[in-house]
Design a protein around this ligand. Sequence first.
Ligand code: SF4
Length: 424
Amino acid sequence: MNDLSNMPDFKSCSDEPILKERGQREVFCGLTGIIWLHRKIQDAFFLVVGSRTCAHLLQSAAGVMIFAEPRFGTAILEEKDLAGMADAHDELDREVDILLSRRSDIRQLFLVGSCPSEVIKLDLSRAAERLTKKYAPKVRVLNYSGSGIETTFTQGEDACLASMVPVLGNSDKKQLLLVGSLPDIVEDQFLNIFKSFGIGEVKVLPSRAKDLEPEIGAGTKVALAQPFLGDTLEQLLKFGAQHIEAPFPFGEEGTTAWLMAIAKAFGVNEETFEKVTEAPRARARKAIETTKSCLNDKSIFFFPDSQLEIPLARFLTRECGMKALEVGSPYIHKGIVGPDLNLLEKGPILSEGQDVDKQLDRCRSAQPDITVCGLGLANPLEKDGLRTKWAIELVFSPIHGYEQAGDLASLFARPIRRGEALKF
Ligand code: SF4
């Protein structure tokens, strides 16, 4: 691929004005992250301290877990708990007691806060400290908020990982820390590449189990696998780690740029880099090529949802020939998505936050070929004749790295093909 950003007439989005909106928003809350985090951290349990709505969200969104031994649950605060916070703390301790006596496999317990005012009033960090003392060293209890008032859906993962950083051990040894949950198969692909680069010490956050978790310090270089981890990154930097800035590993170009930044940070020579990446790069290019004809010249509109929007727009415009009309993101953290913005060609509206009615008007008048949005907006837009892609699917599907580049392009091609098949 030609590096367009090096061409003299290429103008990137990096200094473009950002439309900041602070109106009504249509995004899932941070509790949603539990659906993928509970699969990733295999000795953890997520106890949502919340209402029946929270229980309903988790059960309907992750209903399949009802048939397995689940690793999340909801401690529902009943109305009587409003009578006094002391009662609510007792109630919570009782729930935790029952849970931990029944489930000896739990090593990490996350108390996850939610929206109801009685939960907000409950000091979950105090509860976590008290319970950690009670169950240490076997079980560690942490807390974070997944409340819809404070978090959008991928921020739940950020809040969870940020809560883990201060309790990690300290070590100044030189190491690469891969941060952000990825499907195991994708994580293993990256770990194999790092091994072939000759990078000796590589750790992952979140680790699959507490015993495997990293120690962090001045020798830690952080490669973010997900762009929605601003708070986690801030915490890691506080403990002396350094951030390897790079575009995100979506598509052939993004993956190569991300791996190249990591390789440079660890002094991997060019020859090794080429040798390790040559074959998978060619596979990724070929896989994208098969779908490109369907996406080429099609327009796309992103509602703010997962914070993956900017790196995905970069991939779809540069590698698949799409035209981005608006790229909305709940937050635009230039320290994290800056390298992707540098590669995204000037043209689309960049918007941060949401005022959903205004944005729907913009989308309807732009008439994109495909709209990436949350579940709540998809049906009304489909009814208006627009083709949609659920943002949440992008978080659940393996989309990072060379081997997934073709599948990533296909995820966007599917609604377009479906739309064309339905045309009479
Ligand atoms: Fe629970 Fe609030 Fe999420 Fe609703 S928005 S499910 S009340 S945390």
